[in-house]
Structures are given as structure tokens and as C-alpha cells.
Design a binder for this molecule. Structure first.
Ligand SMILES: [Zn+2]
Ligand SMILES: [Zn+2]
Ligand SMILES: [Zn+2]
Length: 152
């Protein structure tokens, strides 16, 4: 279960793009490289800004289209954290998100933490939950503690 080296992973994703009938342009390669280099959740705009620093001719819509294809190919996932733009990360890092409404802290959890709920929804309602697509909103422990201190 060792993770592939970054170069191999980049190559693998570019091969999938090629197999999908897409051309592997330097812009697409740069989008994938930028995603791989980012640890957290990045917007299409910030990927575009990074790519454009080296390749000013690449348009934001090229970045969006590349992300859409990668999403369709199962290589990239996006998540909606609150009201901001969609944020992207490689599908290698699968997780669900808790978002604190007060401090915007994002807590990442394994999918398995929502497995019981997902199973129940499927069983009771025939509903297939996509737990990674949206964040669950609430108040984190730190903010809850400071609210308690303020009211107590
Ligand atoms: Zn995430
Ligand atoms: Zn908080
Ligand atoms: Zn979405």
C-alpha cells in the first residue's frame, strides 16, 4: 500500500487524460502539477493564478475545463465548504469535512465516520449519500469552549 511517487502519479493522471481522448497540453500538465503540490483545498481561481505565473496565456476557463475532466475521470474531487467557491483536491485524499461556522476551521475525517449514516439512508430511503461533496456545518470544540466561557 505504498503511495506512488509524485512523478508517477502525475504521469498516470496525464495518461488517463490522453486515454480519454484529450490532448495533454502544457496547461493541463501544469494544472495537475499545481493540484499535486497543494496540500489543502484550492479554488480553480488560485490554481489558475499559479499556472498563469509561469504561463500567462492559460485562461481560467481552461483550468475549469481541465478540472471538470479530471473530476469526471475520478481523479479530482471538489467540495463546497460553506458559501465560498468549490475547492478541489486530488481524489487520492478522500475525506469528509466538518466546517466551523465561527472560525472557518476545517476538520477532515475518514469517510468511514459517516458510513453508518450512509448505510441507513441507503437502507431506509434508497438514497445514495455523497458525504464528501458538502461540508457538515457546526461549531468546533475551541469555539464552543470560548462561547461557554463567555456565557458562564
Ligand atoms: Zn477536503
Ligand atoms: Zn471554530
Ligand atoms: Zn459540487
Amino acid at each position: 500500500m505504498s503511495e506512488p511517487a509524485p512523478d508517477e502519479r502525475l504521469h498516470e493522471i496525464l495518461e488517463l487524460l490522453r486515454a480519454d481522448g484529450g490532448r495533454v497540453t502544457s496547461a493541463r500538465r501544469a494544472v495537475v502539477a499545481s493540484l499535486m503540490a497543494s496540500e489543502g483545498h484550492v479554488s480553480a481561481e488560485s490554481i489558475a493564478a499559479e499556472v498563469q505565473a509561469a504561463m500567462p496565456d492559460v485562461s481560467v476557463s481552461t483550468v475549469y475545463r481541465t478540472l471538470e475532466v479530471l473530476d469526471r475521470l475520478g481523479q479530482v474531487e471538489h467540495v463546497h465548504l460553506g458559501h465560498g467557491p468549490s475547492l478541489y483536491h486530488l481524489a487520492d485524499r478522500r475525506h469528509v469535512h466538518l466546517l466551523c461556522r465561527r472560525c472557518d476551521r476545517v476538520i477532515e475525517l475518514p469517510d468511514a465516520d459517516l458510513a453508518e449514516l450512509a448505510d441507513r439512508l441507503r437502507h431506509d430511503h434508497g438514497f445514495a449519500l455523497e458525504p464528501r461533496h458538502f461540508a457538515l456545518l457546526g461549531t468546533c470544540a475551541v469555539c464552543a469552549a470560548s462561547a461557554d466561557a463567555a456565557s458562564g
